[in-house]
Design a protein around this ligand. Structure first.
Ligand code: NAD
Ligand code: TYD
Length: 359
């Protein structure tokens, strides 16, 4: 392999954000060896990566980060120099009904990866800054808890997670930092706001609403729809991850966000308007599908990121406006009916057997 080649493990690459990160890295770095490790839970969909699956710098491995022995073996085979860790259980509602799954995957899975990196790298670790290695943990702004009407999360905001999902992510963030402090592992963490875009699994607000509007089904709005989220186009997140992985400083945390706050109900009304126009329905048709339902337990009121550190230190700002990003997203969901249908029918689960079983 050429001297600038790197062996990179991306976990959770068959999921929503992971698939955008894998695509960006595989297309941008022909000299890197990119290994995508994914268990293919309900959220993992290899159809997300159909366009790059035959690239020579890409390998898919089906496996579970909770299986420590397997993870160690994979590190020993591929001698990874970098890890970008996205694999997680990611849906707050599911964490409320099944917290243990989140503890297992998000905490134990992360520790298995940290242990494997430590075992492989420790013998040759220099000082953190000179080290050729990098363990990059992808986290969420939800670890900071909920904001009131004003203020922003900075990298110094105290952790105050409220859902089992955010508590499990907070715990994994702490463990990542503990491995830096205790064993000198070169780690980086980013905490990002809500993403949206193509390949978003239709259980999360935006893709669920688009799918329901298309099929004339009710759009469930939790509580009064007053909760606020800060939305970022997923490709902007992937670009930030690429930048932080290559230029971020070891031991640092960076917040990533879109400065793009929307009250849920306003966002849903906007989606209804866009879809009415795209589907040639009379204005106001889709809004009739809005249905207020029982609020989510422990529902955080507002998330909003102060992204000035990553802007000032690394020069990252979002490049896609919300208007442009939503337009792209709506068009993508309307043009990719088969992708959506394969999910709702469960067909997407057969893709691995069809494409990979005999490789
Ligand atoms: P996702 O649910 O779409 O994808 C998660 C992926 O991880 C899936 O492909 C799944 O199969 C895989 N996975 C789950 N358990 C696994 C295991 N035990 N072993 C191996 N693979 C496993 O999630 P996403 O929305 O793409 O989020 C990716 C990461 O980014 C997560 O760590 C999440 O906490 C974080 N994040 C997400 C958002 C967001 O808005 N979606 C925002 C900030 C941070
Ligand atoms: P979600 O997409 O689940 O992301 P997160 O909870 O991680 O922010 O939800 C976004 C917001 O939309 C959140 O305030 C909960 C709300 N929501 C609804 O009102 N209805 C829904 O059907 C879903 C899935 C979410």
């Amino acid at each position: 392999m050429p001297s600038d080649s790197k062996s990179i493990l991306i976990t959770g690459g068959a999921g929503f954000i992971g698939s955008h990160v894998v695509r960006l890295f595989v297309n941008t770095y022909p000299n890197y060896k990119i290994v995508n490790l994914d268990k293919l839970t309900y959220a993992g969909n290899l159809e997300n990566l159909r366009d790059i699956e035959n690239k020579t710098n890409y390998t898919f491995v089906k496996g579970d980060i909770v299986n420590g022995e397997f993870v160690h073996e994979l590190f020993n085979i591929h001698k990874f120099t970098g890890v970008i860790h996205l694999a997680a259980e990611s849906h707050v509602d599911r964490s409320i009904s099944n917290p243990l799954e989140f503890v297992t995957t998000n905490i134990i899975g992360t520790v298995n990866l940290l242990n494997a990196a430590k075992q492989l790298w420790q013998p040759t670790l220099n000082t953190a800054n000179k080290s050729p290695y990098r363990f990059y943990h992808i986290s969420t702004d939800e670890v900071y808890g909920a904001l009131g009407a004003s203020g922003f999360f900075t990298e110094k905001t105290k952790y105050d997670p409220h859902s089992p999902y955010s508590a499990s992510k907070a715990s994994s963030d702490h463990l990542v930092r503990a491995y830096a402090d205790t064993y000198g592992l070169p780690v980086i963490i980013t905490n990002c706001s809500n993403n949206y875009g193509p390949y978003h699994f239709p259980e999360k607000l935006i893709p669920l609403a688009l799918n329901n509007i298309k099929n004339n089904k009710n759009i469930p709005v939790y509580g009064k729809g007053e909760n606020i989220r800060d939305w970022l186009f997923v490709e902007d997140h992937a670009r930030a991850i690429n930048l932080v992985f290559h230029k971020g400083k070891s031991g640092e945390t960076y917040n990533i966000g879109g400065h793009n706050e929307w009250k849920n109900i306003d966002l849903i009304r906007l989606l209804c308007k866009l879809m009415d126009a795209k589907l040639n329905r009379p204005a106001g048709t889709s809004e009739k599908l809005i249905t207020f339902v029982t609020d989510r337990a422990g529902h955080d009121l507002r998330y909003a990121i102060d992204a000035s550190k990553i802007k000032n230190e690394l020069g990252w700002v979002p490049s896609v406006s919300f208007e442009e990003g939503l337009e792209k997203t709506v068009d993508w969901f309307l043009e990719n009916e088969k992708w959506l249908k394969n999910i709702t029918s469960g067909n997407y689960k057969n893709y691995y057997e069809k494409q990979y079983a005999n490789r």
